[in-house]
Design a protein around this ligand. Structure first.
Ligand SMILES: [Ca+2]
Ligand SMILES: [Ca+2]
Length: 494
């Protein structure tokens, strides 16, 4: 379920007012326009609710980009448990994998994320050098590419080597810590470890305001209508974790003799949407191949729930939503009207294996990679097509590549087609290959493309089963911009 039902919401609201009435540590200054749409009060016992929370472990191999010292476990009570009305994430000094510490990192991505709203968590923080708890947000769909292009919202970060300081930060492709240009601020807060404090961000279409309790720490404004500056127009999900170590920590003297275990205690996470009191319009469109049924109205009351059901025509399948719903949302879903909203349902022919082959959703579903020691390239979308600017060609075509994962079945025939053009006549290569080392090719073909946009295709029968393979476009052998559009890969049906 993606959105809580009316009854559940009413209960939450009631609960919320009772808390205000009893003065139970809640921000008393919460403006009445905020409507609670989702919450986890952590009232149960055991693991955090599996329907809402996913344990993240895939970065254990590579240290999550910061050489972090912990091994995040999956569904292990010793590292994440709900107890006495709280979530407790525990960092422990114990070897696991090739790490010396264990901990947990959980996210709400499977709910589908939220666009705009107030996101808050009431938390009591662990302490000690090397301890790095965070409450933060990442995009559900990488429309603008991987980190940092998609954006990151750090509602609360605490670094054990900087006692009493809470950091609020945003990262985008123009402003990020890799460049040392991230935007943010910090606030001195007392009793971070003995008392609960409320950490919140209020996210509007044109600004992000960060708070600790009632105090505003930082505000980031949309100064330019460009995703490099403002990628915050997509759905984001929440993350809670307690990291240990990390590059900044090592530069500041390391983990030292901090005592373990250390607990991050979370009383609740709540998500609100802003009710501006106005009715809102809903525009529903579809691609070819299906329709959407819902109750059509000229305007919807603020907060009104609209049930949407996408239905594919014969020979087509539903792929995902875009606009007011993220691609995680099911084909039958409910949305609440807090903004004028446009939603689009995407359908493709049943035999189609690719997502976003028309680049209508920017770079969604496409992976980009450059062998940075040999070549340099930038990827963007340009008038609805993929644009690859090869600034420094490599020795090999595969040193600049765009890929999408596809499963292959032995004995099946596949047809790849695409439109391509380039500023100067050149070659590109299309490969169907392993999506894992040693990236062996099952099939490949080189194409000569020129200034004129043309459609190319090739058909191949694959002699192996491989669930983890991919379609790969290689651009590394020529300089200058290349465009790609309407990419399709279809499995021949008997
Ligand atoms: Ca609670
Ligand atoms: Ca297109």
């Amino acid at each position: 379920m993606t959105v809580i039902t009316k009854a559940r919401r009413y209960m939450l609201l009631l609960f919320f007012f009772i808390l205000i009435a009893t003065g139970n540590g809640l921000s008393s200054s919460l403006e009445p326009g905020w409507v609670l749409v989702w919450a986890d009060e952590f009232d149960g016992a055991g693991l955090p609710t599996p329907a809402w929370w996913t344990f993240e472990t895939e970065g254990n191999q590579w240290g999550w980009g910061n050489n972090e010292a912990q091994f995040y476990t999956d569904s292990r009570l010793a590292n994440a448990r709900v107890e006495d009305g709280r979530l407790i994430i525990t960092a422990r000094a114990e070897p696991m994998g090739d790490k010396e510490y264990t901990s947990a990192r959980i996210n709400t991505r499977k709910i589908g994320g939220w666009r705009y709203g107030r996101f808050e968590a009431r938390m009591r923080l662990p302490s000690g050098r090397g301890i790095w708890p965070a409450f933060w947000m990442l995009p559900v769909d990488n429309f603008y590419g991987g980190w940092p292009s998609g954006g990151e919202i750090d509602i609360m970060e605490f670094f054990g080597f900087m006692p009493d300081n809470i950091y609020c930060t945003i990262h985008t492709s123009a402003y990020n810590h890799r460049r040392g240009t991230q935007k943010g601020s910090h606030l001195k807060v007392r009793n971070l470890h003995d008392e609960y404090h409320l950490y919140a961000v209020e996210w509007f279409p044109d600004r992000l305001n960060f708070y600790v309790d009632d105090e505003k720490v930082f505000s980031y404004e949309k100064t330019e209508d460009h995703p490099a500056v403002w990628p915050f127009d997509q759905h984001f999900y929440a993350i809670l974790n307690c990291a240990v170590g990390g590059d900044w920590c090592y530069r500041m003297g390391g983990i030292g003799d901090t005592s373990f275990p250390q607990n991050l205690e979370v009383d609740y996470v709540r998500v609100y949407q802003w009710n501006d009191g106005n009715p809102h319009t809903l525009l529903v469109t579809t691609t070819e191949g299906g329709r959407v049924s819902y109750e059509k109205k000229a305007a919807y009351a603020p907060g009104e729930e609209v049930r949407l059901r996408a239905e594919a025509d014969p020979g087509y399948k539903f792929l995902y939503w875009s606009g007011g719903l993220s691609t995680v949302h099911e084909k039958e879903t409910t949305m609440m009207m807090f903004h004028d909203t446009a939603v689009k349902a995407h359908f493709v022919p049943e035999a189609e294996m690719l997502k976003n082959g028309d680049f209508e959703l920017e770079l969604l579903a496409w992976n980009r990679w450059v062998d940075a020691e040999a070549a340099a390239a930038e990827f963007s979308t340009d008038q609805g097509a993929l644009r690859v600017d090869v600034n420094r060609p490599g020795k090999h075509d595969w040193q600049v590549q765009v890929t999408q994962a596809v499963p292959l079945a032995k004995g099946k025939t596949y047809t790849v087609s695409f439109a391509a053009w380039a500023r100067r006549r050149r070659q590109i290569t299309v490969r169907i290959n392993q999506n894992h080392p040693p990236y062996a090719a099952y099939a490949y073909q080189a194409f000569t493309i020129d200034k004129e946009k043309k459609i190319y295709n090739f058909t191949v029968t694959i002699d192996k089963d491989d669930a983890d393979s991919r379609l790969e476009f290689d651009f590394g052998e020529g300089r200058g911009p290349v465009w790609l559009d309407n990419v399709s890969m279809r499995k021949e049906t008997e």
